[in-house]
Design a protein around this ligand. Structure first.
Ligand code: HEM
Length: 403
């Protein structure tokens, strides 16, 4: 049976996987009127898009997408800041920015954060035991990654609530909301606040450098080149944004599925599956970033589709991750699955810069949660997914914590 080919229906937002399967089988490069772009659902095709940045550009704000050349001031204001983000740049700008930012994201710096992240996990779980009701999203999965990245950047923990508010406003736009409202005004307000906040923080770090990410970015040098203060501010906003809602949703989606899959849960609890492998499988099974947007830089005939220059193309990683030609029993959660070459962090030159950090946070969180609360269970409540297409996550996840 042909499913409803509208990605935005509540049923498809709640469970897009039957639609993805149908597309992989029947229309792997699908023109979506509703999304105004090409939906690419097979693994090999998604990888090919990531491998051809000259044909499938990430620079949707600067070059090609006519919608952003609109006269509306708030649209251009959002595009101006987002257009500086590494994730929305093509080579050679991307190559330069990535080389500089990578200097601040070394395994050595990450290893130094392990103890801090573990303490934050422990503190949040200590506080959780004192609550009458524990919502895993509100009380753990949100504050953990937000605190981690804010603290790594050198922000003050007391500013976290404000930062969350600003970031949420932006998320409604970047996350691909399915609601019909205009998100630009809110996105702009959120962005303006974050740019002001990090601008002030930058001036402080210029006066008193520390070992935080912002100071590292200011000091980073590659082949005689360095980041301008504006680039440090813009990419701090990116790191804050990229580093928190995504990881919140990895924790939320992951724990949601793990607690509903008895066999998988048991394997992780008893050491039958390593937590590192389980986290990879949770990323594959229902990852936090379902797809990304690329722009065709020229007219192309590809996989039977006539793609025009300037059109949007969406490699859907969450569909690729269920592609039966790559993964055996793709609809099952198999916590010790190996190999597991999922695309949850994308692939190629834009492969997620924060993947090692996200992995570390999720491993420490899942391991500690299950060790401290061996009889943890979900409270009966139908899952409510956020009304977003790209950033996929739960609104709430009430749990019963039992030791
Ligand atoms: C589970 C959590 C995460 C997921 C699923 C995720 C996913 C992704 C994906 C799919 C991309 C590629 C986007 C594209 O090609 O259009 C990306 C890029 C990026 N991510 Fe993540 N991310 C996560 C966590 C993080 C964290 C914790 C950070 C930083 C603190 C981060 C920073 C970045 C940056 C800077 C890029 C741009 C890389 C580039 O363009 O070269 N991400 N991420």
């Amino acid at each position: 049976m042909t499913p409803e080919l509208d990605f935005k229906t509540p049923a498809n937002v709640a469970d897009p996987f039957p639609l993805y399967r149908w597309l992989r089988e029947h229309d792997p490069v699908h023109w979506s009127e509703g999304l105004n772009g090409w939906v690419v659902s097979r693994y090999a095709d998604a990888v090919e898009i990531f491998n051809r940045p000259a044909d499938f550009s990430s620079d949707r704000f600067r070059k090609l997408d006519a919608r952003y050349a609109s006269q509306r001031e708030e649209v251009r204001a959002v595009a101006d800041v987002l257009g500086d983000w590494l994730v929305f740049r093509d080579p050679p700008d991307h190559t330069r920015l990535r080389a500089l930012l990578q200097k601040s994201f070394t395994p050595r710096h990450l290893e130094k954060s392990r103890g801090r992240i573990q303490s934050m996990v422990d503190e949040l779980l200590d506080a959780a035991t004192e609550r009458e009701e524990f919502d895993f999203i509100r009380d753990f999965a949100f504050p953990l990654p937000a605190s981690v990245i804010a603290v790594l950047l050198g922000a003050d923990a007391s500013d976290l609530d404000s930062i969350k508010g600003w970031s949420d406003k932006l998320a409604a736009y970047v996350g691909g909301s399915v609601l019909p409202q205009d998100n630009f005004q809110a996105a702009r307000e959120g962005l303006d606040c974050m740019v002001d906040y990090f601008g002030a923080l930058l001036r402080e770090k210029q006066r008193r450098p520390d070992d935080g990410l912002m100071s590292l970015m200011l000091r980073a040098e590659h082949e005689g080149d360095s980041l301008s203060p504006e680039e440090v501010v813009s990419n701090s906003v990116l790191l804050l944004f990229a580093g928190h809602e995504t990881t919140t949703n990895l924790l939320g989606n992951g724990v949601h599925h793990l607690l509903r899959n008895e066999e998988a849960l048991h394997a992780v609890q008893t050491g039958g599956a390593r937590v590192e492998d389980a986290v990879e499988e949770l990323l594959r099974y229902d990852g936090p970033v379902t797809a990304t947007t690329k722009i065709a830089t020229r007219d192309l005939e590809w996989r039977g589709a006539k793609i025009e220059r300037g059109q949007m193309v969406f490699p859907v990683m969450s569909s690729a991750n269920r592609d039966e030609s790559v993964f055996q029993r793709p609809d099952e959660l198999i916590p010790d699955r190996r190999p597991n070459r999922h695309l949850a962090f994308a692939y190629g030159i834009h492969f997620c810069l924060g993947a090692p950090l996200a992995r570390l946070e999720a491993q420490l969180a899942v391991e500690t949660l299950l060790r401290r609360f061996p009889r943890i269970a979900p409270l009966e409540a139908p899952p409510r997914w956020k009304p977003q297409l790209i950033l996929r996550g739960l609104e709430t996840l009430p749990l019963r914590l039992e030791g």
